[in-house]
Design a protein around this ligand. Structure first.
Ligand SMILES: Cc1ncc(COP(=O)(O)O)c(C=O)c1O
Length: 451
């Protein structure tokens, strides 16, 4: 029988017309996944199957779906002003949002460059960093230092800063001046050291890199305080402080990519609060509008912003049609106020601790190597042998199989061959986490029986 309603779009006849991210469409059409509606922490696909969203879409829907405050804010803004001429000016909601961001961010991150996506935020940050150095008498500073296993977006410079080879190879040569160092992946230290006796060598060794490259050529270091790619790679508490010090010594701008970690995800409003380090530029997106409209930003400290405020020609030569869009900004204001007023960062910390306790209880299954992350950004790395950290053979794809099985049982997680991750809406309760972990446990048991 031919599917009716929205279900008909989950057929090859229609899917031939669309190209999805990181997905071979000939595989996708065999098992299409089209979400039709959502409420709270749940969504339903076009066939009516219900799912618990253990991933907030993709670390986005921090306030949950169908939130009345969000709906009202977006509806009111659509009726009042859906768009303003961006080349000639801005709108009140954009200025209100920039002002609120200045209030809630740590330190003097007081100026916002509003954009529509995380990739645009990191692109803007790189351009600003280079322009800042040109405007402060250091025109030779252009290199951007980032880390392997990082992700900063899909566009040109964002891709070049990214640290996963296979996401770049097809499109290289990448941008000029992008350098990479090893991430603080303590569970499998790339330097084969052990924390804390390593004294955070992975951060300290960046000093040599800066010196060998020549500090006069380095504009910025960009890091995700906790990175998703690689399995929620979480640095020791001292790591970001060491980077801050290195940047200060060499007049290098420190950029935090908080596109996932911002707006409560790690148990504080920003990971900059969680780790008590203020960057020079903070890129954010995702939970900023909780996905009710596209919104992101690069937030800039006063001493950087000051160099763009003054002489003609020092303005930021950059433009996006949808930057500071009034509907997106109204969604951002409502999402941030909801996060603040409902204490969702605190909820992330409390419920996240419960999630970790529940995951610790799964160690008896014999395949859990590491549980890491902060707040409601938690990863689990699977291993064949926890004593030796030996991984499963590449073809086993245990994490993928567990993640797919969890989806079969109605739970959305982030999954990869060797790990899975949780990043649910920040409104999630301990009881809902219990249900999610029960589904995960059942999925693991079923997959292990099939090995
Ligand atoms: C850490 C990080 N930076 C940048 C981006 C790019 O954001 P967007 O997909 O909104 O362009 C992402 C997206 O997942 C991300 O996770």
């Amino acid at each position: 029988m031919t599917p009716q309603g929205d279900a008909r779009f989950a057929t090859e006849e229609y899917l031939r017309h669309i190209m999805l991210d990181y997905r071979q469409m000939t595989d996708f059409v065999k098992e299409p996944f089209l979400v039709a509606r959502a409420d709270g922490i749940r969504f339903w696909d076009v066939h009516g199957k219900e799912y618990l969203d253990g991933l907030a879409g993709i670390f986005v829907v921090n306030v949950g779906y169908n939130n009345p405050r969000m709906l009202e804010a977006v509806r009111r803004q659509l009726e009042t002003l859906p768009f303003n001429p961006p080349m000639h000016g801005t709108n009140p909601r954009a200025v209100e949002l920039a002002t609120l961001l200045a209030e809630i961010t740590p330190g003097d991150l007081n100026t916002a460059r509003l954009v529509s996506s995380g990739s645009e935020a990191t692109e803007a940050a790189f351009k600003m960093a280079r322009q800042y150095h040109r405007q402060t008498g250091n025109p030779g500073k252009y290199k951007i230092l980032s880390r392997y296993l990082s992700y900063h977006g899909a566009t040109g410079s964002a891709m070049s800063a990214g640290g996963v080879g296979y996401r770049k190879t097809l499109y290289e040569p990448a941008g000029v001046g992008f350098l990479h160092t090893y991430p603080p992946y303590c569970y499998r230290c790339p330097y084969e050291k052990t924390y804390p006796s390593c004294e955070v060598f992975c951060a300290r060794t960046i000093r040599s890199m800066i010196e060998w490259e020549d500090p006069r050529s380095i504009a910025a270091i960009i890091v995700e305080p906790i990175s998703n790619t690689g399995g929620i790679i979480t640095p020791p508490m001292e790591y970001l402080g060491i980077l801050r010090q290195l940047c200060d010594e060499h007049d290098i701008l420190l950029i935090f990519d908080e596109i996932i970690t911002g707006f409560g995800r790690t148990g504080s409003l920003f990971a900059a609060n969680t780790f008590d380090v203020v960057p020079d530029i903070l890129c954010c997106g995702k939970g900023m509008s909780s996905g009710y409209a596209p919104l992101a930003a690069a937030l800039v400290r006063d001493r950087v912003a000051a160099t763009f405020w003054g002489a003609p020609g020092t303005e930021f030569a950059h433009g996006h049609t949808y930057a500071g869009n009034p509907v997106s900004c109204a969604a951002g204001l409502a999402s941030i106020r909801e996060i603040l007023e409902r204490g969702l960062a605190e909820n992330a910390r409390r419920v996240g601790a419960h999630l970790v306790t529940r995951l610790e209880g799964l160690r008896s299954l014999g395949i859990i190597g590491d549980i890491r992350g902060k707040g409601l950004l938690i990863g689990v790395e699977f291993v064949k042998d926890p004593a030796t950290k030996q991984q499963f053979a590449p073809g086993i794809n245990l994490g993928l199989r567990i993640g797919k099985r969890a989806m079969h049982h109605g739970l959305l997680l982030r999954f990869d061959p060797h790990w899975i991750a949780f990043g649910p809406p920040l409104i999630v309760t301990e009881q809902e986490i219990d249900t999610m972990v029960d589904i995960l446990e059942r999925s693991i048991r079923e997959v292990l029986r099939e090995l």
